[in-house]
Design a protein around this ligand. Structure first.
Ligand SMILES: Cc1cc2nc3c(=O)[nH]c(=O)nc-3n(C[C@H](O)[C@H](O)[C@H](O)COP(=O)(O)OP(=O)(O)OC[C@H]3O[C@@H](n4cnc5c(N)ncnc54)[C@H](O)[C@@H]3O)c2cc1C
Length: 443
């Protein structure tokens, strides 16, 4: 029987372990922290469990829905159809139904009523112009500018991409952000139609995302339970510090002691951790070290606020121009089942703060700033709150990211090491799950 050690029990490691177990390999997962899940993590506030890392998965691809079905998780919840908005100084406007601000039709632009007729007409002309050569490495900014015009880029796409990925649209390649967009554009000739087809599953105007009732950590619990049924052990509180090759086997070491030997090894840890673990393979370690990460800070507040019953920011907002607050989710508006867990008029608010700028800010100050600036509430409304700081957690999308990943993949393949995680498979739960499921098909 093939033996396999997976390092890291985030969603990527758990998925890799599950696929290996399905192939009848004998698998052990080793996790540095006391519990599996990594960035899929929850906290308990006012007696309820709330996601404090990833909180939803994209349904522009049905990978996670398929996984949930396999795991018998039948209480998937789709985000409310109310949509979300952009807050830019005193201005507040709706986001058109689409993909990262790229509308699914020109009609969607009219519906949000923030562009002039001339700007919308210009977008229509660009979108219906014959398609000339589009480079495989085109940036999001250049594509949107060329096919829909500057106003759509500036009003919608730039703030949304910055809010979600923390990166500049000039630097992010379209194929890294939404892999299916360019093929759909080439097929249909229209960027709006491409966005429409990519959204596919979700016809709703809200975000094309879903979660699991009770929180995304239930997906982790279900995966760990499934692994246990398949005979996979998940060892926690053990930080792997080296993986080396010895007599044809992989030797995995923790705290300078040999933890075990295996035929295969998968590193499901951030690139900068993998670089340390594979220090014995200098070319791979160097390539892994080129991947940059940025910090993230998530704040959650449970508030008593009848004035939020009307959902003033709909499901939430992306924020332009604030040095600290990048985005907010009105959790009880986005996920209606959450309201049922709380007495009226208690609401849950989630904030995404700029990781670097918020580093030296006290937790309470951050929360108070979020509830005040975004919802006009004072500190008396806060019943409970929590801040989670995630250092070096978001892969910073840079120009040539795809080329770097291809290089890493080549070197790792030659060394015989499997690498998975958000830097390899795309920032986000869906990309990671999709890659693991594709692996099954290809094997
Ligand atoms: C604040 C925030 C919000 C997000 N929200 C969303 C969202 O709503 N939807 C979405 O799809 N994506 C979201 N993402 C992205 C998503 O969370 C990640 O892409 C995904 O969870 C990464 O999974 P992973 O398994 O690759 O890495 P991780 O979750 O980082 O897991 C890596 C694991 O490896 C362990 N580890 C590290 N070093 C070692 C070692 N030496 N030995 C053993 N174990 C080790 C870590 O402890 C960790 O458990 C968010 C990210 C952040 C930071």
């Amino acid at each position: 029987m093939v033996t396999h050690i997976v390092v890291g029990a985030g969603i990527a490691g758990l998925m890799a372990a599950r696929e290996a177990a399905i192939r009848n390999e004998q698998v052990i997962v080793v996790e540095a922290t006391p519990q599996p899940g990594g960035l899929v993590h929850s906290v308990t506030l006012a007696g309820i469990t709330v996601d404090a890392g990833a909180e939803a998965f994209s349904i522009t691809d049905d990978a996670v829905l398929a996984l949930c079905a396999e795991l018998n998780l039948d209480d998937v919840e789709f985000a409310a159809e109310s949509g979300s908005c952009i807050v830019s100084g005193p201005d507040r406007y709706d986001i058109p139904k689409g993909v990262f601000g790229i509308p699914t039709s020109i009609g969607e632009l009219r519906a949000v009523a923030v562009l002039s007729d001339a700007e919308i007409e210009h977008a229509r002309q660009l979108d219906s112009a014959p398609l000339t050569h589009i480079s495989e490495t085109i940036s999001v900014a250049n594509l949107v500018r060329a096919r829909l015009g500057e106003p759509i880029l500036e009003k919608f796409v730039r703030p949304i991409v910055a809010g979600v990925h923390g990166g500049a649209v000039e630097d992010i390649e379209v194929r890294a952000l939404v892999p299916r967009l360019l093929p759909e554009l080439r097929r249909t000739g229209s960027l709006c139609s491409a966005a429409h087809n990519v959204r596919g599953l979700s016809a709703a105007p809200g975000a094309a995302v879903a979660t699991i009732r009770g929180g995304l950590t239930r997906l982790i619990d279900a995966l760990v339970g499934d692994l246990s049924c398949r005979g996979v052990k998940v060892l926690t509180s053990i930080a792997v510090d080296a993986v080396t090759k010895s007599n044809g086997y992989w030797r995995v070491e923790a705290d300078g002691v040999t933890l075990g030997y295996a035929d295969r090894v998968t590193l499901a840890v951030p690139a900068y951790r993998a670089a340390v673990i594979v220090a014995g393979f200098p070319a791979l370690a160097r390539a892994l070290d080129t991947i940059n990460y940025s910090d993230a800070t998530v704040g959650i507040a449970v508030v008593h606020a009848p004035q939020l019953d009307t959902f003033p920011l709909k499901s939430g907002a992306l924020v332009v121009g604030d040095p600290l607050v990048k985005a907010t989710t009105h959790v009880t508006a986005k996920w209606p089942w959450r309201s049922g867990e709380l007495p009226h008029p208690v609401h849950i608010l989630r904030f995404s703060f700029d990781g670097a700028a918020s580093r030296s800010e006290a937790a309470q100050q951050l929360i108070e700033r979020g509830v005040h600036c975004m919802y006009g509430l004072d500190s008396h409304a806060i019943l409970d709150s929590h801040i989670v700081r995630w250092p070096r957690s978001l892969v910073a999308p840079v120009a040539s990211h795809s080329a770097r990943i291809n290089q890493i993949r080549d070197i790792a393949e030659k060394a015989g090491i499997f690498l998975v995680g958000s830097y390899m498979n795309g920032n986000g739960v869906t990309g990671i799950v999709r890659s693991a499921l594709n692996e099954r098909t290809s094997v």
